[in-house]
Design a protein around this ligand. Structure first.
Ligand code: ATP
Length: 677
């Protein structure tokens, strides 16, 4: 039977339902255990396949109840899978029993939260079963580590850390009256509950906090005021070690810039415990998580870990929706036990490309709140206003007490905000009406039979949102011929900035409507128009995106740069180098040293996370695609600052995308809620 099953899996690979790796993994399991049950081989192939799609595990209950939604295969694929399932164990309990009987599967049955890998009993088994979920061993361990750290830190007592006072909060040593007085200065009373002030208070009473909210809800504004509070309340503010980080270089640079801007806005009479300039200096550079943890090529092991922790008291991490499970486990392990970590992010955005949906899992109670009596009392004491009753729940988890959702957008009042809200609700009719009838020209819907409809937008923009890529190309043509290095660098910075005002975002990679096809088409169209002079792979003006971290070169996955001739004295320009903006500074790398890059006129929505463009064009393909989802459309729309255009190859794509939510299998939530069986 196994031989027949392995042949069937090969056919599934040839049909494109599985990857080569998935079928090979099942074959590997059959080699390790020639007596393996067919359930084990099928589950192995599907588990590997799902891991490639960002799931942390295979939930047998979902596999047996709704395999079509889980896998998203076409009708033939669904029927072939059903034909196999009919010959196998009849229900979840029977499947579980078969899998657990295999020497290749260890059982992780401890309900208790523990940071250690619980499946050590059978340390060589490649697979682990927890409850009805089957894991590749390392993902099970990552979930344990994340859940353990989150629970420890949420319950942590920060005695002595921030001021000393008589009215302790959960033993935290937090002086409530001092906190309330300072919060009142930073967040003047508005007569309603102030979620931003509450978020600051919550972050001060424990070692783990999540602040979530849509774009422009003031996550960075709140984090900056929180930093000011921490310095103000610390007995030795000069010794407070603060780190800023984000998953990508661009997001890190943006965080630093926004925090600096927000710190400057803090009322001058607020006493931060040290001069404002010193506070800014104390923050240091914002870093990518890879750089912060010391990622090294060819090993999963980071330089910083539990044995060699980061030298930090406070860490603020932005764009937390992009953090995958393995990275989160590594980050939490590397934080010293007494350090405080604050995650900022939008829970409704796309999850990381890699496995896990950590922020989504952590924020499962964010909308509801679920604050217990102690939190309600603390909120009232700290902010002077009671939490809204609908957010109270005596049974709220420890994590819920440390999670705050900011609910008011301060930036997106207009059509883009209204569209993002409609999309988030899954209200396709309202979203389409906004896109089709909106009069201010901020939004536009373009239905097209060919991907070439995108080209005029890329070349010149549209009415209400002019420019497209012609803006950066105009800058490109104004290279200073005479002048010094400073003039060259200023020009190069302007070219990069101008490129960042417009972007084509794709839902898929392949085909005419995907990243590859559109990049080629845009390059060709710009050449035909005489806007770009392309000779070979590398040419002046080529926008590139780095696709792999290279700490040696100082370039990281997602970095965007522009290829320019380097500065040389006199009218002679030098060799081609890729230029990247590092905040206000410029950094360059010889193009010959860049192996893992792609052209960046068009990029996936996934890769655009952490960036914003004045005009964003979201391109949905003409074929049905599993990658279309509500989160994808929401993420695309919220990348737009001033104008948004949707180009759809199929009229149904948009509504179908909004009807499809990305649900990633994960056992993290169960662990956080105290269940591990
Ligand atoms: N309480 C407030 N009072 C006045 N202005 C505010 C307040 N909160 C936020 N803002 C302003 O709203 C804008 C958006 O805030 P901020 O950049 O912090 O939002 P964000 O949630 O971090 O956005 P993004 O999702 O883009 O990262 C900023 O200009 C900020 O100064």
């Amino acid at each position: 039977m196994n031989a027949a099953l392995l042949i069937e899996l090969k056919a599934w690979r040839e049909a494109g339902w599985l990857r080569r790796l998935d079928a090979a993994f099942a074959g590997f399991m059959a080699e390790l255990d020639p007596q393996a049950a067919p359930e084990l081989l099928l589950a192995s192939a599907l588990l590997s396949h799902l891991e490639g799609q960002g799931h942390s595990c295979l939930d047998l209950a979902v596999l047996l109840s709704d395999p079509d939604t889980l896998l998203g295969w076409n009708l033939e694929g669904q029927q072939r899978l059903q034909a196999q399932l009919q010959n196998l164990a009849p229900n979840v309990a029977a499947w579980r029993a078969v899998l657990c009987a295999s020497p290749l599967v260890a059982l992780d049955a401890h309900a208790r939260i523990d940071t250690r890998d619980q499946a050590n009993a059978n340390a060589n088994s490649p697979l682990v079963m927890r409850g009805t979920r089957l894991y590749l061993r390392r993902y099970c361990a990552y979930e344990r580590r994340v859940a353990g750290q989150v629970m420890l830190r949420c319950r942590a007592d920060l005695a002595g850390d921030v001021g000393q006072g008589a009215q302790d909060v959960q033993g935290a040593g937090l002086n409530e009256s001092a906190l309330a007085a300072r919060l009142a200065t930073l967040f003047p009373a508005r007569g309603e509950f102030d979620w931003q002030a509450f978020a600051c208070a919550v972050a001060l009473r424990s070692r783990f906090t999540v602040i979530t909210g849509g774009p422009g809800t003031g996550k960075t504004y709140t984090a900056a005021r929180l930093l000011a509070l921490m310095f103000a309340l610390d007995e030795q503010p000069r010794r407070l070690r603060v780190g800023l980080a984000a998953p990508t270089g661009k997001a890190a640079a943006r965080l630093k810039q926004s925090i600096e801007t927000a710190l400057v806005q803090i009322p001058a009479d607020f006493d931060c415990g040290l001069p404002r300039a010193d506070l800014l200096g104390a923050l240091g550079a914002a870093r990518t998580l890879h750089a912060l943890l010391g990622a090294r090529p060819d090993t999963r092991k980071m330089r910083a870990d539990a044995a060699n922790p980061l030298s930090l008291d406070v860490l603020i991490v932005d764009e937390a929706s992009m953090i995958h499970l393995e990275m989160m486990a590594n980050l939490l392990d590397a934080l010293p036990p007494q350090a405080r970590v604050i995650f900022l992010g939008d829970k409704d955005q796309l999850a990381s490309v890699e496995a896990g949906a950590v922020l989504g899992d952590l924020c499962s109670d964010a909308q509801a709140g679920r604050y217990d009596a102690a939190t309600a009392r603390f909120a009232l004491a700290a902010t002077g206003v009671a939490l809204p009753v609908q957010t109270l729940d005596a049974q709220g988890s420890a994590l819920a007490q440390q999670t705050v959702m900011l609910r008011e957008s301060r930036r997106f009042g207009g059509p883009i905000g209204a569209l993002a809200l409609a999309v988030n609700r899954g209200d396709a009719a309202a979203a389409m009406a906004l896109l089709r009838t909106e009069e201010s020209q901020v939004l536009r819907w373009t239905e097209a039979s060919s991907a070439h409809a995108v080209l005029p937008l890329a070349l010149h923009g549209r009415e209400g949102a002019p420019g497209g890529y012609s803006r950066y190309l105009a800058h490109l043509s104004r290279r200073p011929i005479e002048g010094d290095r400073a003039a060259f660098e200023q020009w190069a910075g302007e070219v990069i900035q101008a490129f960042e005002t417009f972007r084509l975002l794709c839902a898929v990679r392949e085909g005419d409507w995907g990243v590859a096809g559109l990049n080629q088409a845009v390059e060709r169209a710009l050449q035909v128009q005489g806007l770009l002079s392309k000779s070979g792979e590398w040419y002046e003006g080529r926008p590139i995106m780095v696709t792999r971290n290279d700490s040696g070169l100082g370039v990281f996955n997602g970095d965007i740069g522009i290829v320019l001739r380097s500065w040389a004295a006199g009218p002679q320009a030098g060799s081609l180098r890729a230029y990247f903006a590092d905040g206000a500074a410029l950094r360059s790398v010889a193009v010959s040293r860049l192996a893992d890059v792609e052209t960046a006129f068009a990029m996936t929505v996934h890769k655009s996370q952490g960036s914003e463009f004045e005009h964003t064009v979201l391109v949905l393909p003409d074929q049905a695609s599993n990658t279309l989802s509500r989160e994808l459309v929401y993420t695309g729309i919220t990348r737009a600052r001033k104008a948004f255009t949707l180009v759809s190859g199929r009229s149904q794509s948009f509504a179908q995308a909004l009807g499809r939510r990305t649900r990633r299998a994960s056992g993290l939530l169960d662990l956080l809620n105290g269940g591990g069986q």
